[in-house]
Design a binder for this molecule. Structure first.
Ligand SMILES: NC(=O)c1ccc[n+]([C@@H]2O[C@H](COP(=O)([O-])OP(=O)(O)OC[C@H]3O[C@@H](n4cnc5c(N)ncnc54)[C@H](OP(=O)(O)O)[C@@H]3O)[C@@H](O)[C@H]2O)c1
Length: 270
């Protein structure tokens, strides 16, 4: 079995580790998490029985696959630290928002095989949706390895790298749009006379139920919407209000803002 190292095992790193263990893709003894925080290392060792270390270089040396799951802001310093240990035999899987594979390749100064992934937080409950693409030196097998890892925590879509920031705008940041939607739906319910507790329950369960309906029926969102929108009815009154106030334009601007911010973060290291 191949060995995999996670540089950074925070929210997303831990979700991936849990997913690949649950999926049987890697056994705990084939997984190493390199983490600066000792308490966190102990927790990961105890709960998941994986190897941990505070030494990124050591973790890279023992691995076939290295998953970069740190914040983009510290990428350069982390790469500087491991550059001597990374070889062309490694597969580097980066989940860093906004960071182009070229930036990692150039920083390491070798023909390193980089696969770039944009996951999302439902990966924590193995219902993630990720976009994936490959760098200049990664081959089809490397891309498949990245897909296998991400499939352990949800679905994966291949896209050309120039579209990965658009993936960030839709599915990477998307869960937060839905949480925000639930918040504002709930607050609107309070305005309509419900108690905050009642409105919160109704809004949450509606979003969960609607998502399940979409998943289980396989029908398009448009078809499902039409089915519940009778002419002259209540839903139509609400949807016309969304249209009149420009909901679609707001969503378009929001997605493009997220995409553009991802691009900026990848370029400037800020
Ligand atoms: N969360 C999301 O929804 C999401 C979605 C898509 C992509 N991503 C990407 O996933 C990456 C990780 O995000 P996250 O939410 O998992 O962040 P996070 O919870 O902050 O995890 C990052 C981990 O890296 C550790 N770390 C810090 N410095 C390190 C070093 N020098 N060497 C090794 N590990 C180090 C941190 O430890 P300390 O806490 O001790 O500093 C932390 O445990 C980001 O690049 C982000 O763009 C996240």
């Amino acid at each position: 079995m191949k060995k995999i190292t996670f540089i950074g095992a925070g929210n997303m790193g831990e979700a991936l580790i849990r997913g690949i263990i649950a999926d049987g893709l890697f056994t705990p003894d084939a997984i190493t998490a390199a983490e600066p925080d000792e308490a966190r290392r102990e927790k990961l060792e105890q709960e998941l029985e994986i190897n941990t270390t505070g030494d990124n270089r050591e973790a890279v040396r023992g691995a076939d696959i290295v998953c970069l799951a740190i914040k983009p802001q510290i990428l350069d310093s982390v790469l500087e630290g491991i550059s001597e240990d990374i070889t062309e035999d490694h597969i580097l899987v980066s989940i860093l928002a906004g960071v182009p594979t070229r930036r990692i390749e150039d920083k390491l100064g070798k023909k390193v095989r980089v696969v770039r992934v944009m996951p999302n937080t439902p990966a924590l409950v193995r219902s993630g949706m990720a976009g994936i693409s490959s760098g200049r030196y990664a081959g089809p097998d490397d891309l498949r390895t990245g897909e296998e890892i991400m499939s352990a925590v949800g679905d994966v879509l291949r896209v050309p790298e120039e579209l990965i920031d658009a993936v960030t705008g839709v599915s990477g940041s998307g869960p937060a749009y839905l949480f925000y939607f639930v918040e504002v739906l709930s607050r609107a319910g309070v305005k309509a006379g419900l108690s905050p507790e009642q409105a919160d329950l109704l809004a949450r369960k509606t979003v969960i139920g609607a998502a399940k309906l979409m998943e289980e029926t396989g029908l398009s969102p448009e078809e499902l919407r039409r089915k519940v929108t009778s002419p002259g009815g209540t839903t139509e009154a609400a949807l016309k209000t969304f249209e009149k106030l420009g909901f679609e334009k707001i969503m378009e601007k929001a997605v493009l803002s997220a995409r553009d911010r991802a691009r900026e973060m990848g370029k400037t290291d800020k």
